[in-house]
Design a binder for this molecule. Sequence first.
Ligand code: HEM
Length: 308
Amino acid sequence: MPTPQSAILPPVSPHALFLTLHLQAGDEALRAVRAAAAGFSALVETQAALDPDAHLVGSLAFGAEMWGRLSPQRPTTLTPFVTLGSGALSAPATGGDLQLHLHGARADLNFRCARAFIEPLRPFIAKADETHGFMYLDARDLTGFIDGTENPEGEEERAEAALIGDEDPEFAGGSYVIAQRYVHKLHDWERLAEHEQEGIIGRSKPDSVELDDEIKPPTAHIARVVIEEDGEELEIVRHSLPYGSASGDAGLFFIAYAKDLSIFQKMLARMFGQGDDGLSDHLMQFTQAVSGGYFFAPSKERLAQLGG
Ligand code: HEM
């Protein structure tokens, strides 16, 4: 099996840097992207060597349009993100050509690595959206709920959920990525009683125990995203982290990896009122998605080959 990029299988780190880049059209920009792709794994390893205890890891992923410019073959389920819903219940598509995800124990190394990555691309950047995520308390979202309880654990389980295998051999070891920034309405959320919040998430607040089916509302977040097909639950590997400032916007940068992009589409459809039952995720009344894109993170070998 080809080697997955290093950010995907390790657990969530205390600090992450998420950078979405929109690049200019043209051959010069494309050449710069090819060079950045070819050198990416070595760049992360060099920066990580400054402090091996920080376990700096990274992934570089490509939007559908950019991938089409780079390669004639296309991963089977790669497609652009399409806006869901409208108004307060909406997930806007903002796309992007490149999605950089760095994580580790040191925010300074993430920053250093991102700067080194971006330097040769700088003349071609049309728009950049950068978010620095941090682990909050004992791995909680800013809503106060533990985030990651049901994330696949251990390298084998995570690889099974995140990595393309024999179903698309050309792209084996690669992974589809969803990246969405959410701005939380914390004042509204914090006015709710704890039992109301628990009904919205579907788990208890102190220790993340799933609510009994008899009391868990069908609009609870976990009731929307737990989907069974042929007796198996659809799995994704989440790497989200809180971000923001105390005086301004704050929320969750949602990023996850999966072997099939349609799993993200199915979960989002049920969250944003486009599933079979027409219900939506009650949690979405307390947060607003402000960006959204789908990307493909090729295996390390495939990434290196993009250099030509
Ligand atoms: C503001 C945005 C979001 C917040 C605050 C949030 C928070 C949470 C929390 C607190 C849990 C329960 C603990 C856990 O198992 O991790 C959870 C579970 C989960 N979330 Fe989210 N989430 C958000 C968006 C999303 C999105 C966009 C998706 C999918 C596209 C998603 C997929 C999942 C999945 C698959 C689970 C595990 C369900 C299970 O197996 O029990 N979440 N989320």
